[in-house]
Each structure stands twice: as C-alpha cells, then as structure tokens.
Design a binder for this molecule. Sequence first.
Ligand SMILES: *Cc1c(COP(=O)(O)O)cnc(C)c1O
Length: 423
Amino acid sequence: MHHFQYRGDELYCEDVPVRRIAEEAGTPCYIYSKATLCHHFRVFDSAFKDVPHLTCYSVKANSNIAVLKLFNSLGGGVDIVSGGELFRARKAGIPAEKIVYSGVGKTVDEIDFALNENILMFNIESTDELEQINRRATAKGVKAKIALRVNPDIDPNTHPYISTGMNKNKFGIAIDTALKAYEQARALSNIEILGVDCHIGSQLTEVTPFVDALKRLRTLIGKLRKIGVAIRFLDLGGGLGIVYDQESPPQPREYADAILRELVDIDCTLIFEPGRVIVGNAGILAVKVLYTKRTQTKNFVITDGGMNDLVRPSLYGSYHYIQTVMKSQRNTEIVDVVGPICESGDFLARDRGMPLPTAGEYLAVMSAGAYGFTMSSNYNSRPRAPEVLVNGSEYHLIRRRETWEDLVAPESLPPYLNEACAR
Ligand SMILES: *Cc1c(COP(=O)(O)O)cnc(C)c1O
C-alpha cells in the first residue's frame, strides 16, 4: 500500500501531482509520502501491540531528520550503525533510551559519544569490541548496557551483499561461541548485559529464516538464564522485505504471528529494527528524460538521474519499477533507462518494456524510499538530489539540492598551490 497513484492520466503523491514537485524542486528529486510512512510504521508497530516491544527504525534506510522525527512522534526508537546516525537521531529528538547501536566497526569516538548519550544498548559484534567498550566505560566511570549480536548461521535467501546471518558473514558472534562470550561479558566490571540481538539480512521474502533464527536464540536465552545471566531484551533486527517486482513478502501481521508463536513465555521486551519495510515504498525518485538514443542493439532512455542518485540497480542488480508521470499511450518498447554517469554500470533499468518516453518527460522510479538517498554520492561531481515530504495537498523540502559550491566547500589547497592559483 502506498500513496503514489494515478488520478486520470497523472501520477500523484497523496494530493500533489508529481509533475508539480518535479517542476518546482527540479529533478532528480526524492519524493516521500508522509501518509505512507505513517501507515507503514503503524502497521508494523501495531502487529506487536499485545507484547512489550520497541520498534527501532533502522536509520540507514532513510536518515533524513524529518523522517526520524516523524517516527519519533509515532513512538518509535531507532537502530543506528554509526556516530553520524547517532548525531542525526539526537538532532531529531529521539530519546537516548530508545536507541540501539549495531555495527561491526565502532570507533573509540563513536563508542564515547554513545556512552555520553547513555543509549539503551550497544549490539556488540565481537569479543574485541566487548573489551574495547568495557575499557571506554571504565575510563568514564559508567556501565555500558549491551546485547551480543549473535550470528545464528541461517541462510536468509536474499542477495549475498545483504545477507548477514551466515557464518561466512562478518556480522555478530557465532552462536556456538556466544555462551562463552556472555560469560566473558559478565566478568567485565563496566558491562551490564541487557539482552540478545540478531539481524540475519535484508529484503527477506519468507518468514522461515526469521523463525529458524529465533528458535536458536530462544535456546541460547534458556542456557543463559540457567547460568544466571538475566536477559531482558530480545532484539530480532530488521529485514522484512517489500514488493519491488514479483516478490510476495509476508505482511507484518504474518511476520508477527510467526514470531510471537515461538515466543510465548519468553519474558523479554522485544526490539525490532525495520528499515526497508517502513520507508521503501513510501518514496520515489523523480527523474527527467534528457535524450533518447537508438543504437543497433538498444534503445536508451537517458535521464538526469543516475547511479550516484540511486545505486541499487548498479550495486545489486535490483529491480525498480519505472513509470511515466503522465500516462502514455505510446507502444511498449524494450529500453535501457540510464543516467549521465560515465560508467556502463550506470543504469536504473535494463531491458525494460515500457512506452518509449520522449525528452522532457518525467519518470517515477518507484520504491526508492529505502537505501535510495542514503546510498547516494557525489560521483562525477554531481550535487546530491533534494528530498521532499508530501503531506496531503502540501509538500515541504526536507533537504535542499546541493550546489556546486557545496561540492568544493570542504576542500582546501596546500599553501604552495594556493599561491600558484592566486597568481
Ligand atoms: C540494515 C539493518 C537493519 C534494517 O534492515 P532492513 O532490511 O532495512 O529492515 C536492521 N538492523 C541492522 C543491524 C541493520 O544493519
């Protein structure tokens, strides 16, 4: 369900024509629907309303502070993976006691920042990191609240780059050694164990891997309690998939039912870290067709949006549905929708059947709300696109388009070049 629908021949985001935003804000431009964001958050969160839980939205999917603030207003916390995300979360007013911090490579500065903020817990990914966090907490005279991120060795059947819960992945502590790691944690003076965590991957389209992982964690929690380690939180990560093309991922309700069936009497507050399922279908990337080009083997549609704006097709071979902003009566042809970047890997769609668009026409790259803007870059010295949040019949710019001056602002010349340039 999302609020990007045609009215007559024209694509709308809620009550605003996408064309109007594209004309006023320029393209490429990310457009998010507030109603869709809220709906998805509520559907997910309310699926667990009968049990103690905290929905910690995964910031890296879409980290605009307006988006974070919106979820905060709905009662959500956040899952962060860097100091920068912690900074954003605090800017957006997310209470520290609703912040969990994952990631395999937390630096000393990032750990110190999170200790100063007194976040709910660190999800620790190695015993080395455990020792480091204990050292930093000791130096500050505080206790670090932690869960160990356990790698349950479950195949999530998703793209290899976004599967995280198998032994060959860099994430978490192998479940076979987790008991020992907890004993090590218990012996550390400035560590307070709160829970158990896992996150097995992203864009999962079936519940079975979640349930299999959960069974292993439940067994671990039983063993931990037996040796006197109190476990109050069980963090099950994120990963629920969305429809990009022909997938049929479980609805949050089915996901919740499958999980809660396994967790009767677990006596833990559940934490979830959904990202994509909340924001993915709540955003589009609007682009403009610059040129079309027929070669002997291909029809190219060249747009002003490229892999620096939306890298998922280039990076993972991901599918994004693309439609014209004004409904088109032209015949369907097979086209490559490509960007202006100087790489043959720069495409938004390959061998796609669609009405051949003409120069000046706007296209909507659908389901671009997750891992869209956040993965964008300045490659080819392209200013990053603006972000717009639609609310009913109005919209607001929640991030302006970068300027060419923004591109060079952090750069500086060594003195010897400075002189040469001044001459
Ligand atoms: C990326 C990530 C998530 C969110 O994953 P989605 O597939 O977007 O739900 C949750 N937890 C951790 C630790 C992550 O790295």
